[in-house]
Design a protein around this ligand. Structure first.
Ligand SMILES: [Zn+2]
Ligand SMILES: [Zn+2]
Length: 195
């Protein structure tokens, strides 16, 4: 199969993940637009996968609490059985307020969507830095490269529309892994659909 960021190839990969005996967890950071998330969620659901979609609260390009986005996020949970996480932006807070900010922002998402929010990931950690493990509130799980590393999991990401270690389809032999994708990177016919 040819590797690209088309939903055709996404479906091929997800089908293999769904059929794999390995523990392969898929997570998604909604960085710019939630346009593609239903297409992804549908493919995953049809292959028996439950995945996590991380949502930003400070994005310029979408408002997580606007009606269309709220409806999309609710559908992810209710129609497809996926989970919602907080895609946290530490940039907005001083260091000593990080933990409280994660608690308050995830509580806000939980209040709006009426679903538990127990997962957090960091937006642009390469640029702004990650957070300390002590700042992860109790009962929440931090998804990032180094926490996966400490848990002994393989972690790959399509950040910047580029698989640094090769496409996910080349990594499905790992017994315990996390695959991070960004819905904005994927397309039906051409990447021009997204910008
Ligand atoms: Zn591939
Ligand atoms: Zn991000």
């Amino acid at each position: 199969m040819a590797c690209d960021f088309s939903f055709r190839h996404y479906a091929e990969c997800v089908q293999r993940i769904g059929a794999s005996p390995n523990r392969i967890e898929m997570i998604h950071d909604i960085d710019f637009e939630p346009n593609n998330v239903r297409a992804m969620a549908d493919i995953e659901c049809r292959n028996g996968l439950k995945t996590t979609y991380f949502v930003r609260l400070h994005a310029k390009s979408y408002n997580a609490f606007s009606l269309p986005v709220l409806e999309t996020l609710s559908d992810l949970v209710e129609t497809y059985g996926h989970r919602i996480g907080l895609h946290f932006e530490p940039f907005f807070y001083e260091q000593q307020r990080i933990k409280e900010a994660i608690m308050r922002e995830s509580a806000l998402l939980n209040f709006m969507l009426r679903v538990p929010v127990t997962a957090v990931s960091i937006h642009e950690p390469a640029r702004f830095g990650s957070i300390n493990q002590e700042d992860v509130p109790e009962g929440m799980t931090l998804y990032c490269w180094d926490s996966a590393y400490y848990m002994g999991k393989k972690y790959i990401s399509d950040s910047g529309s580029r698989w640094r270690e090769g496409c996910m389809c080349q990594h499905l032999h790992h017994e315990d892994m996390i695959i991070l994708t960004h819905p904005d990177s994927w397309f039906h016919r051409t990447s021009a659909e997204n910008y």
